[in-house]
Design a protein around this ligand. Structure first.
Ligand SMILES: Nc1ncnc2c1ncn2[C@@H]1O[C@H](COP(=O)(O)OP(=O)(O)OP(=O)(O)O)[C@@H](O)[C@H]1O
Ligand SMILES: [Mg+2]
Length: 260
């Protein structure tokens, strides 16, 4: 579904140029949930913005279902890392969630149903009439997640979506992510700096090097399902994979052959 080849991006020119992406190759099949991890500042958000058509990369190619991405595709939703700037402060929570549905041409009844369902999924049904500035950071982040879920995109891009919620909510949202992908057959690309999270939710974990970012590992996560916060995390394969991803993120050589 998603084909990224030799993707490069350089911010600025001349001596102050910063090479963020150094040739990223990545293919994602329909229905896959791929987690992307990498050192802080390595270029993860740059990669996501290139996939979303929000940034024109300086080189390489991104194609969605065979079509080169030149602007933001219709069937795509993004949960941004900076949730505090991704909601409209003058619109209620429900209106924020339903706005993309309106732009998609969904009727009023359909919008109300999809919005209520998505807010319930993130545990915010009671906040529908509130304004974003009346909510905590973690609640605002859940509103952005609800907005993306209500849209039911074919491809969902999430940039550290659970960064500012408490540990319990984070686990709930990880499990929600696993459930919705099962329901709607969404393809999901989730960026996280949390190695355990990447192994827990991912079908695959793709590891990026420090800048200029390249793919230094692409590990398949074959854990027995359904995943469970307690038993999955103590499974020997989970423990092994987490160590493997940790080594790759730190730029250490892997002792096994599963890393590329
Ligand atoms: N608009 C910009 N102009 C210049 N440099 C930028 C711009 N956006 C990002 N950068 C630089 O590019 C590099 C990669 O940034 P990016 O935000 O993609 O990293 P990241 O992996 O998402 O980081 P984090 O883990 O902190 O979220 C950083 O060094 C950053 O300073
Ligand atoms: Mg980032």
């Amino acid at each position: 579904m998603l084909e990224i080849s030799k993707l490069t991006h350089t911010y600025g020119t001349g001596p102050s140029a910063h090479h963020a992406l150094g040739g990223v190759d990545l293919s994602v099949a329909e229905g896959e949930l791929v987690c992307i991890v990498g050192p802080s500042g390595c270029g993860k958000s740059t990669l996501l913005r290139s996939i979303a058509g929000l940034l024109r990369p300086t080189g390489g190619r991104v194609a969605l279902n065979g079509v080169p991405v030149e602007r933001t595709p219709d069937n795509l939703a993004v949960v941004f890392q900076d949730y505090s700037r991704s909601l409209f402060p003058w619109m209620s929570v429900a209106d924020n969630v339903s706005l993309p549905l309106r732009r998609r041409g969904m009727d009023k009844k359909g919008r109300a149903e999809a919005t209520a369902e998505a807010l319930a999924q993130v545990g915010l049904e009671a906040a529908a009439t509130k304004y974003p500035w009346q909510l905590s950071g973690g609640m605002q982040q859940r509103v952005s997640i609800a907005r993306a879920l209500a849209y039911r995109p074919a491809l969902l891009l999430m940039d550290e979506p659970f960064g500012s919620v408490d540990a319990q909510t984070r686990e709930d949202l990880e499990d929600l992510t696993l459930r919705v992908r099962g329901h709607h057959n969404m393809t999901i690309l989730l960026i996280t700096h949390d190695i355990d999270e990447s192994v827990y939710v991912g079908d695959r974990v793709v590891v990026l090097s420090k800048a200029p970012a390249e793919v230094v590992g692409d590990l398949r996560v074959d854990l027995p399902g359904p995943r469970d916060q307690i038993t999955t995390r103590e499974h020997p394969d989970f423990v092994h994979l987490r160590a493997e991803v940790g080594r790759l993120v730190r730029g250490m050589r892997s002792p096994s052959a599963s890393a590329r």
